[in-house]
Design a protein around this ligand. Structure first.
Ligand SMILES: Cc1cc2nc3c(=O)[nH]c(=O)nc-3n(C[C@H](O)[C@H](O)[C@H](O)COP(=O)(O)OP(=O)(O)OC[C@H]3O[C@@H](n4cnc5c(N)ncnc54)[C@H](O)[C@@H]3O)c2cc1C
Ligand SMILES: NC(=O)c1ccc[n+]([C@@H]2O[C@H](COP(=O)([O-])OP(=O)(O)OC[C@H]3O[C@@H](n4cnc5c(N)ncnc54)[C@H](O)[C@@H]3O)[C@@H](O)[C@H]2O)c1
Length: 451
């Protein structure tokens, strides 16, 4: 016996929760199915607790810079203090009651359990079946992709979840994967006194971004005392007597904890996408401009492969909500996707890297300016590492990508995002007045450097 409603939303991550709530507020009968916590990865194990840890760790780093700028300082890190702030303020002890109420107060019906697609617009949840008259929306998010390293599966390794629920900082930590999750947490823990080793398979850290960003982070992290191995492979892992032994190219390395942060995956087979005629072995779901993947079926969030970021999930949710409500509107655009890795220096980036632009056959010009050489960077002194790199398309005379690394790299990104998003001609950008002495003023130098 199936229950028929207007819309069924599978997974209440940032996008799914927003969309489900808005459809309910618009008067639709909405069932939201969530197998874990309403709100998804971001508020409980992702963006928010990790940034809370980083905020605390950055305050320690700033205090350690006092001797180079202002006098003397004594820093005594207390990890339990930030762990408690994450538990009580960020996650309310990993309890989603408030988020669940936020949805049900809008008129939505929350069904707890794991959904599996059972028909063109139907799902099974623990013996119940729901069929959507108007829309089935898939927002299943991702889970850690764990590489097939011999021995790894049998060890009590950490993923982002355990790393952000920890109540004390381990003495030593190996981080497998030097991408966004790995680097943010590696630096965060190191600043609390953990001895950290980062093992990255690619030749540079943060390999999806400009190589200059990865090189800069490797340099800064090494200066802070972390050990960084790039182009490295983990051949095997053992766990014995409370310690992990890692077999690396250069020999064995023993640590108290191991964090696996080597990317993410979605189990489309378990979700049952074959019922929709889609490939269950695909890496993700490929929606059209209105986020549709089949008649009456939408997909939003990390599973669409357009950038695993909360702002992409909620951006897509807004477009899909409108489409489901039958309101016309523009297709999703991805030429100016911004992202920020919240290391110190922060690495902000938007649009294409130089390599991506060249791969697309563009006639590329680049401009680069170093932050320490700018007035504000020089004034800032300790902790001023960073740069702005611009990637321009010679044919259209517009920026197609930019990277802003520095103490406020994420904030510096906003002007660059506007430029790439709007396709502002470079000749027009060159006539812009930028406040003195800001970090973002370095954009002017980078524009002058466009070869
Ligand atoms: C450590 C970390 C830090 C991050 N930091 C940032 C950041 O600073 N900024 C940023 O923009 N992004 C960040 N992200 C990424 C961000 O968390 C995700 O992009 C964001 O959560 C959006 O994901 P989503 O909407 O696709 O789904 P998710 O948040 O993954 O939620 C999906 C939900 O679906 C549920 N679900 C899955 N399958 C089913 C099913 N079959 N039935 C019922 N329920 C199901 C899950 O339980 C989950 O609650 C970070 C991620 C991590 C791990
Ligand atoms: N600040 C943010 O916005 C933020 C923060 C954290 C995560 N995220 C999102 O979550 C996604 C997932 O993060 P992630 O860091 O897990 O993935 P990622 O893809 O960003 O990085 C994974 C890294 O692991 C490396 N790797 C893969 N297999 C390896 C192996 N066997 N040995 C050593 N290295 C290996 C990859 O080369 C890559 O550098 C990110 O891509 C991002 O979209 C965003």
């Amino acid at each position: 016996m199936t229950e028929t409603v207007d819309a069924v939303v599978v997974g209440l991550g940032p996008g799914g929760e927003t969309l489900a709530g808005e459809l309910a507020e618009a008067g639709l009968e909405v069932v939201g199915v969530e197998s874990h916590l309403v709100g998804g990865e971001c508020p409980y194990y992702g963006c928010i607790p990790s940034k809370m840890l980083i905020r605390a760790a950055d305050s320690l780093a700033e205090a350690r810079r006092v001797p180079r700028l202002a006098g003397t300082s004594t820093v005594s890190p207390d990890f339990p203090q930030v762990a408690e702030r994450i538990r009580t303020e960020a996650t309310t002890d990993w309890d989603d009651e408030a988020a669940a109420r936020r949805f049900t107060d809008k008129g939505g019906r929350l069904v707890r359990g794991r959904a599996r697609i059972s028909g063109p617009r139907s799902v099974h949840v623990d013996g119940q079946e729901f069929t959507a008259k108007r829309a089935l929306v898939l927002n299943p998010g991702t889970e850690p992709a764990v590489p097939p390293v011999p021995g790894l599966a049998d060890t009590p390794y950490w993923t982002n979840r355990e790393a952000l629920r920890a109540v004390r900082a381990p003495r030593s930590l190996a981080v497998l994967g030097g991408g966004a999750i790995g680097l943010e947490l590696a630096q965060g823990y190191a600043r609390f006194g953990t001895e950290v080793l980062v093992v990255e398979a690619a030749e540079t850290l943060l390999p999806a971004e400009e190589p200059a960003a990865g090189r800069l982070l490797a340099e800064v992290l090494r200066e802070e005392g972390l050990t960084v191995r790039t182009g490295a492979s983990l051949r095997g892992v053992r766990h014995q007597d409370g310690a992990f032994t890692l077999e690396l190219d250069e020999g064995a390395h023993t640590v108290e904890r191991l964090l696996v942060s080597t990317g993410r995956r979605t189990d489309l087979r378990a979700l049952g996408v074959a019922e929709l005629g889609l490939d269950p072995d695909a890496r993700g779901l490929e929606p059209d401009g209105q986020l549709r993947i089949a008649p009456g079926v939408w997909a939003i969030g990390d599973v669409t492969g357009k950038g695993a970021f909360t702002h992409i999930s909620t951006y897509q949710a807004a477009i899909a909500t409108r489409a489901i409500l039958g309101q016309p509107g523009p297709d999703a655009e991805y030429h100016a996707v911004p992202r920020v890795t919240f290391t110190d220096p922060e690495v902000g980036a938007v649009g294409l890297t130089e390599a991506q632009a060249r791969d697309r056959g563009m006639s590329v010009r680049t401009g680069m300016a170093e932050l320490p050489e700018s007035p504000r960077g020089w004034i800032h002194g300790a902790g001023n590492a960073g740069f702005v790199k611009l990637v321009a398309d010679r044919d259209t005379d517009t920026l197609v990508g930019a990277t802003s690394a520095g103490p406020s790299g994420g904030e510096m990104l906003s002007g660059l995002t506007v430029a790439v998003h709007a396709g502002t001609p470079i000749s027009r950008l060159r006539r812009m007045i930028l406040a003195y002495p800001t970090f973002h003023r370095v954009m002017e130098t980078a524009l002058d450097q466009l070869d």
